[in-house]
Structures are given as structure tokens and as C-alpha cells.
Design a protein around this ligand. Structure first.
Ligand code: HEM
Length: 497
């Protein structure tokens, strides 16, 4: 009899749990019905032949937040600013989708900044950016020095291409700023840019480029079915990705061990760069400041800063040549603040609202990052009537937000003026969300803005840019890859008199 009652009570409790759990926590966001094993991969492929449009297209059917199963991984996609702002600011989303190649590159350990969590992330992220700030990162005067060195080299190479006889040349814009940006980051981490460093920077630049070319298709498939990377390592780009990680690790390990030897010999106590500070801390706190964590921090800093910033520079040049009237207004503003052609400093931007508005509009139209670095829910999260369950992968796609008519009126137009009020002052800067939200947002926003401002103003002081004669106007849509970037295009660089 007792057993009978016990069974009835257990059955009642199970029924109660099944019926009420959704009511208590809300429903999971709607989405296409997943198939066994492949989940919603077919829905993604069917929603658009262009993978950069697929996530947004599904949102048009299912709403600002919807569920998607990628293989066996439960995911949600956020497509409105409100959903991104609220959900990504919630500390229950301060974790990443740590799987596939990201686990392999970290030796299956919780390391570095961009994919770590818990104590490692909470220590290394603020420590790295505070230390970089102490050594000049974020102080515009120091950054100006780094950027000037890097820009002068770039301009020398452009002038060399133009040659003594001519006044202009056509150049591929793809990766134009990549080495300059890598060398700025290198200087900030290592504290120097010596001729012996050049081969390392060149290798990182070349292998990093190959890494970024590995397709969104391969990365998407590996993301859904991580084990496939071992079965089809070439076809899915896995070998190229691991080659880049291995190369970066070898270079970082050499830097770390050389610095350890130097410290032992010279008893350094006052660090002057991030590498020295890291190695010095390894004596006091080896649990966090060990060689493995240096390798991943070094790699994260290079990986997160160079491709993103270079892509943004490509987008900026793309719009400058597509809209010569906009370029003319930017140049007029530069001339107003620097009639004699003196180098501008970052503080000059306050007097230059048009160029600020231009950069904001380039962020809106270029949407350089979209869903690059997904988060993972550490616990159940409520949003409106919905519940995002623990361990769900959270992706963001900004396209529909940046293209909606309520926010932007004429979203298809490239019109920096939308960020200026009647008095010509910058407004609505907060509507740009390229650097994401919450404490796990992009910590490099200031550096990215300084590089873009100084890099582009000094370029325009020297050259007028245009679409090469006889060539078609470049495409403005983005090409799929691990990150979204413009299709390759050329620009004419004509020396200003
Ligand atoms: C136009 C340039 C850039 C854009 C659009 C950009 C955007 C982003 C975005 C969207 C994220 C993901 C944030 C999230 O999960 O919510 C991110 C992460 C990150 N970015 Fe940037 N970024 C840029 C440049 C930089 C630069 C120059 C640096 C370094 C100096 C940098 C360092 C990082 C790091 C370390 C992370 C990982 C943060 C973490 O996981 O805690 N980024 N970035």
C-alpha cells in the first residue's frame, strides 16, 4: 500500500514539474523545429544562399530572439538592440562557447582572456588592460607615437609604389593596415619594435590572414559537430587554424622564456611593458601568471585587435571611395583643423564632428563583427516572456537592427549627417553597438577608435582616394569568413599637392 501511494505521489510530482516548469520560468524562444542530429542546419542553408544573411532572415520569421539548434548545441539568436543590451549585460552570460578549435588552441585548459571564464578571466582581462594603460595604451599621446611609426612605414610603402615619376597608383586595400596594426599591438605588448621582431610579425600577419580566410561554412560545421575537425581537418580549415595558433604560441613562448632569463640575470623589478609585468607577476602568482596564460593572452590580444581594426579600416576606405562627396567633407574638416598639414592628435576629434559622424555611419553600414564571439548562459536567464536555459549558446546578429526603418528612417543610405544635430553636434553615438554590451564587451574600443581616427586622417592628409579609372564600383556587401569583411577591392591613392 505504501509503495502504491509513493508511486502516485512521485507521478504527481513529475506531472506537476513537467506542466509547471515552463509556466514558472517562461518558454524557450520560438524557432524552427530541429531535425535529429543536424538540428536546424538545413533551415539556415534554406533561409539564404548568402550565409551573412541567414540568421537575420530567420529572425524576420521568428522574432527578435529565437532558438536554433546547431547540431546538438542549443542556441539563441538575438537580433534587436534591446535583447542584446539586456541579455549581454546580464552576468549570467559572461561565458563563451568554449569548444572545437578554441579548446584545442588552449590545450583544453581555461586560459587567456577571450575564451576564459571565472577567476582567470576576472583577473587577466582587467589586469591586462590596466597594465597596457599604464604603459601607454589608452593614453592618446603614447598611442599617437606608436601609430605614427606604423603609419609612416605604410606611407613610405605607398610612395614607393607610386615611384618618382608618377603621382598616383592603384593598390589592393585588403589587409592594407594589417601589419601596421599588428606592429602597434606588438609594441604595446613587447615594448619595442626591433628589426629582429619583423620576421615574427610577418609570420603572424600571413598565418593570421590564412586563419581568417578559413570559411564560415567550415567554422559553422565544426561549431555544430566539433568532432568533424579531426575527420576532415583540411576541408574544414582546421589545419590552417591550428597552424596559426601553433606559430603564435612558439613566438610567445620564446618571448616569455627570454624574458624569464633576462629577469634572472638583471633582477628587474620595475616593468616597462606588458611582457615584463607578466613575467614579473609569474614569481608572485604562478597560478594565473604562468607561461600558458601568457601564450593565450598574447594570442587573444593579437587576434582580437588586428583583424577587427583592419577590417574596419577597409570598410572606411570602401565608403570613402564610394562616396567622394563624403570624403571631400571629411578632408575639408581636416584642413580646417590643420591648415598647414600638421599631424592631428586624437584630442582634435572634438573639433571634428563630421568625421566622428562618418565613423559611426561606417560602423552602422559595415557591421564588422556581427556574431563573431558568442556567449554561453551560465544559468537560466529570463528575457520578457522567455527563458534562456543554462548552457545555451547566445549569438548576436546586428544586421536587422542596423537596417530597420524605425531607428534609421533611410537605412539603405550612407549618410553621416544622421549622427549630427541641427547645430552640427554629434548625436546618437549610443545607437552604434559594434563593441557590444556588459562587462564582457570589447575592452579595445578606445584603441580601435584612436587607430581609426589617426590612421585615416593622416592617410587623407597625404592622399586623395578614389575608385580606379575603368574599374566597377566596389561591392558594399560583406563577404563571409570567420569574420565578415569587404570583398577585395582596389583604390587609387593620388598624392595631394
Ligand atoms: C573596430 C574594431 C573592433 C571591434 C568592432 C570589436 C568588437 C568586439 C566585439 C563585438 C567583441 C565581443 C564582445 C562580447 O562578447 O560582447 C570583442 C571582444 C574583444 N575585443 Fe574587440 N573589437 C575591436 C577592436 C579591438 C581592439 C583594438 C582590441 C585590443 C586592443 C580588442 C580586444 C578585444 C578583446 C580582448 C575581446 C574579448 C573580451 C572578453 O572576452 O572579455 N578589440 N570585440
Amino acid at each position: 500500500m505504501f509503495l502504491y501511494y509513493a508511486l502516485v505521489i512521485i507521478a504527481f510530482l513529475i506531472l506537476y514539474y513537467l506542466l509547471l516548469k515552463d509556466a514558472r520560468y517562461g518558454k524557450e524562444p520560438p524557432g524552427p523545429k530541429p531535425l535529429p542530429i543536424i538540428g536546424n542546419l538545413l533551415d539556415l542553408v534554406n533561409s539564404s544562399g548568402n550565409m551573412t544573411l541567414a540568421l537575420g532572415n530567420l529572425a524576420e520569421k521568428y522574432g527578435e530572439i529565437y532558438s536554433l539548434k546547431l547540431g546538438s548545441k542549443k542556441s539563441v539568436v538575438l537580433t534587436s538592440k534591446e535583447a542584446m543590451q539586456i541579455i549581454l549585460s546580464n552576468e549570467a552570460t559572461f561565458a563563451r562557447d568554449f569548444s572545437g578549435m578554441w579548446v584545442d588552441r588552449s590545450f583544453h585548459k581555461n586560459l587567456g582572456i577571450a575564451f576564459s571564464e571565472g577567476e582567470v578571466w576576472e583577473t587577466l582581462r582587467p589586469w591586462t588592460f590596466k597594465t597596457l594603460k599604464d604603459f601607454g595604451f589608452g593614453k592618446s599621446s603614447e598611442m599617437e607615437r606608436f601609430i605614427k611609426v606604423a603609419s609612416e612605414r605604410l606611407f613610405a610603402s605607398i610612395d614607393y609604389k607610386i615611384g618618382p615619376e608618377k603621382t598616383s597608383c592603384n593598390l589592393d586595400v585588403e589587409l592594407l593596415y594589417n601589419s601596421a596594426i599588428l606592429s602597434i599591438m606588438w609594441q604595446m605588448i613587447v615594448g619595442r619594435l626591433s628589426p629582429e621582431d619583423e620576421p615574427s610579425i610577418k609570420i603572424i600577419s600571413e598565418k593570421g590572414d590564412a586563419f581568417n580566410r578559413t570559411s564560415i561554412f567550415g567554422a559553422g560545421i565544426v561549431n555544430a559537430f566539433p568532432f568533424l575537425r579531426y575527420i576532415f581537418p583540411d576541408a574544414l580549415g582546421y589545419n590552417v587554424q591550428m597552424d596559426f595558433f601553433k606559430e603564435c604560441n612558439t613566438i610567445a613562448k620564446n618571448l616569455f622564456t627570454e624574458m624569464e632569463a633576462k629577469m634572472r640575470k638583471f633582477q628587474l623589478t620595475m616593468p616597462t611593458n606588458l611582457l615584463e609585468a607578466f613575467v614579473l607577476n609569474s614569481i608572485k602568482d604562478p597560478k594565473i601568471f604562468n607561461c600558458d596564460n601568457f601564450l593565450l593572452t598574447f594570442q587573444d590580444m593579437l587576434l582580437t585587435s588586428s583583424d577587427t581594426s583592419n577590417t574596419f579600416m577597409e570598410i572606411v576606405i570602401l565608403y570613402l571611395i564610394t562616396y567622394p562627396d563624403v570624403q571631400e567633407k571629411v578632408y575639408e574638416e581636416i584642413l580646417k583643423v590643420s591648415p598647414d598639414g600638421r599631424d592631428l592628435s586624437y584630442s582634435d576629434r572634438i573639433k571634428m564632428p563630421y568625421i566622428q559622424a562618418f565613423f559611426l555611419e561606417a560602423h552602422r553600414k559595415g557591421q564588422p563583427l556581427q556574431n563573431l564571439v558568442p556567449r554561453r548562459a551560465l544559468s537560466n536567464i529570463a528575457y520578457k516572456d522567455y527563458i534562456i536555459k543554462k548552457d545555451t549558446i547566445i549569438m548576436s546578429d546586428t544586421r536587422l537592427y542596423y537596417e530597420n526603418k524605425e531607428d534609421w528612417i533611410d537605412p539603405e543610405a550612407f549618410r553621416p549627417e544622421r549622427f549630427l544635430d541641427e547645430a552640427g553636434q554629434v548625436v546618437n553615438a549610443g545607437k552604434i553597438i559594434s563593441f557590444s554590451f556588459g562587462k564582457r564587451n570589447c575592452p579595445g574600443e578606445l584603441q580601435a577608435n584612436i587607430v581609426a581616427f589617426l590612421g585615416i586622417t593622416s592617410l587623407l592628409q597625404r592622399y586623395k582616394l578614389s575608385v580606379p579609372k575603368g574599374q566597377q564600383m566596389p561591392r558594399l556587401d560583406m563577404r563571409p569568413g570567420l569574420t565578415l569583411k569587404p570583398y577585395p577591392f582596389q583604390a587609387t591613392f593620388a598624392k595631394r599637392q
